[in-house]
Each structure stands twice: as structure tokens, then as C-alpha cells.
Design a protein around this ligand. Structure first.
Ligand SMILES: Nc1c(C(=O)O)ncn1[C@@H]1O[C@H](COP(=O)(O)O)[C@@H](O)[C@H]1O
Length: 173
């Protein structure tokens, strides 16, 4: 198991549809993580306690996902000096996800949140593993393998498309 540990938090259980992708990729990369629900709006004290004690609890980075008026990542970042990776979630009643993207992206100077794409939980997991890879050789090796496999997939699909042209159909990631 990895030396480091990542926290994956989200505003609601309804975010799990998206945020589970962060957990899956961390498992693939053999990085430890803990997963829970914390809401700045609905459980403000729990959010503050979580953020203030995250470093002492052994976490090396926090992935925070939320939809709508997504204050969770920014408020967690306000209470910790750990890196916070924000995942804007396109929740069911969102304004096409823009509400969440802008809430997480447009942080004031001094309180950064590393914001990934809308529903980009997989990239958040990879980024978190890359942070861990600074001191965990196994994570570094797993990331190297992941990149190699991705490259091989693309090269294979290029070959198929070059051979069969547009009739190759769509095989994506
Ligand atoms: N944006 C936040 C926060 C927060 O930022 O503290 N807490 C919950 N939420 C979001 O509300 C959306 C709807 O939540 P429900 O599905 O529970 O009504 C979710 O996407 C959640 O992340």
C-alpha cells in the first residue's frame, strides 16, 4: 500500500456518481484514500473540523467535489495548507455545470484550489497520485505504467483508423 493518503470528500451522496471515478483511479494506482461526505453548507462544523485536522490525520491532499453553489472546495482550502483539488460536479439542478465550475475556479488570491474539468474526478485522482508520487516510488511507477498504456492504446487506434478509415467507428477512452 502507498505511503501517502488522499481524502476524497463531496457535498452530497448524489455526487458519488461522479466522485467514484477518483476512487477507482486511486485504487488502480494503488494509492490509499478515504471517502466521505462533508458539506460546507449543510455541515459547516464538520467541514471545519475535517479541514483543520486533515494534515494531522495523515492526508497529503484533498479532493473535494461539489455541485451548484460549490463552496466546499474553497472553504476547505481556507482551513488547510494541504493541496486541495476541486471537482466541479454537474448536479441535476445546475445551470449546465457553470455554477459549480465558476464557484470552484474563481478563488481569491492566496487560497488556491486546483480545479479540474466539469465532472473531472478521474483527473483529480491522477493529480492526487502525482502529488503522492513525490515520495512514493510505487505510485510513481504505477503512473508511469498508466501513461505507457494510454500511449499504446492511442497508437493502436491510430493504426486501426489509418487502415480502415472512417469505417473504424468510435473507440474512445
Ligand atoms: N455545493 C454543495 C455543498 C457545499 O458546497 O458545501 N454541499 C452540498 N452541495 C451540493 O449540492 C448538490 C445537490 O445536493 P443534493 O443532491 O443532496 O440535493 C450536490 O451536487 C452537492 O455537492
Amino acid at each position: 500500500m502507498s505511503k501517502g493518503k488522499i481524502a476524497i470528500i463531496m457535498g452530497s451522496q448524489s455526487d458519488l456518481r461522479v466522485m467514484s471515478e477518483a476512487a477507482k483511479i486511486l485504487e488502480e494506482l494503488e494509492v490509499n484514500y478515504e471517502l466521505t461526505i462533508v458539506s460546507a453548507h449543510r455541515t459547516p462544523e464538520r467541514m471545519m473540523d475535517f479541514a483543520k485536522s486533515a494534515r494531522k490525520n495523515g492526508f497529503h491532499a484533498i479532493i473535494a467535489g461539489a455541485g451548484g453553489a460549490a463552496h466546499l472546495p474553497g472553504m476547505v482550502a481556507a482551513y488547510t495548507t494541504l493541496p486541495v483539488i476541486g471537482v466541479p460536479v454537474k448536479s441535476s439542478n445546475s445551470i449546465d455545470g457553470w455554477d459549480s465550475v465558476l464557484s470552484i475556479l474563481q478563488m481569491p488570491g492566496g487560497v488556491p484550489v486546483a480545479t479540474v474539468a466539469l465532472d473531472g474526478a478521474k483527473n483529480a485522482g491522477i493529480l492526487a497520485a502525482q502529488i503522492i508520487s513525490n515520495f512514493d516510488d510505487n505510485a510513481a511507477k504505477k503512473l508511469e505504467n498508466y501513461k505507457n498504456e494510454m500511449r499504446e492504446k492511442v497508437l493502436k487506434s491510430a493504426e486501426v483508423v489509418e487502415t480502415n478509415g472512417w469505417k473504424s467507428g468510435k473507440v474512445g477512452f
